[in-house]
Design a protein around this ligand. Sequence first.
Ligand code: AHR
Length: 327
Amino acid sequence: MRALSTALFLTIAFVACKKSGNEEAGKGGGSGQAPSSKQLTIGFAQVGAESAWRTAETGSIRAEADKRKVNLKFSDAQGKQENQITAVRGIIAQGVDAIILAPVVETGWEPVLIEAKQAKIPVVLVDRGIKTSDESLYATLIASDFVAEGKMAAEWMAKKLGGKAAIVELQGTPGSAPAIDRKKGFEEGLKAHPEMKIIASQSGDFRRSNGKEVMEALLKKHGKEITAVYAHNDDMALGAIQAIEESGAKPGTDVIVVSVDGTKDAFTAMVDGKLNASVECNPLLGPMAFDAAEKAIKGETLPKRQVVQDQLFDTANAKDVIATRQY
Ligand code: AHR
């Protein structure tokens, strides 16, 4: 009985202490001043494990949590927004100090983010942005510029193919920020090249197996008409490369393949001459994410957008760089 009432007292004291701290901070979506000795508990709501990029991002967040001795509450939504919303609700209920969220899709986040705000738990968005009219629902977004990535891919492809191509586009997860923005950026980049035409565009959900399946179907439909593939990530490009090879054509030569991410496997494919170019998208966001979370917990106001810088690699420089790749 005594143990039970002690536990009850401690729980009430913890909630009260957290609440009063939060009220003091009152800015930037942040909670109260965390005592420096207190171990932080931070939730990470991850999309899933659909690609090598995603696995690298999870590894980076986990490694940084270990380094900082943060108690990390990890959840994997298996690519489904409803799972992720449930996970965020569960994380809020655990009374965490902050939430790191990599949102599956752009829309539909307001209700759960309002719940986080009401609980005075700051939310740091990593990798993918959301659509909301209320920017106070999150502390900051740390992500690459996906539009710029798409543009870089288009410009490289147009140069490589002399401004003329019949392109197949493999899109990422429908409704996700990288799928929407990489498509937009690619189309913007093609505007100056009227003979660079997208003849088919389909989702492969950022997965290698789907990239292969979609490419097989498109090869059946369009055959030799296809001169280039633009894939929204490396995994789908690698699946497409397999499909092209199985059709008897040479990826990288008969069909030019350009993608996004810059993973180790993509570098190997570039060194082998099967993938022509990959625009890097850095997934090693752990250090920036925890820096942001710690600042938000202290009540500091953060810039709403922190852009991760990327660059394009191709068959000309892949072999010089491959040994230094970390993911
Ligand atoms: O949001 C980033 C994208 O998601 C990566 O490009 C892709 O590989 C991933 O699954």
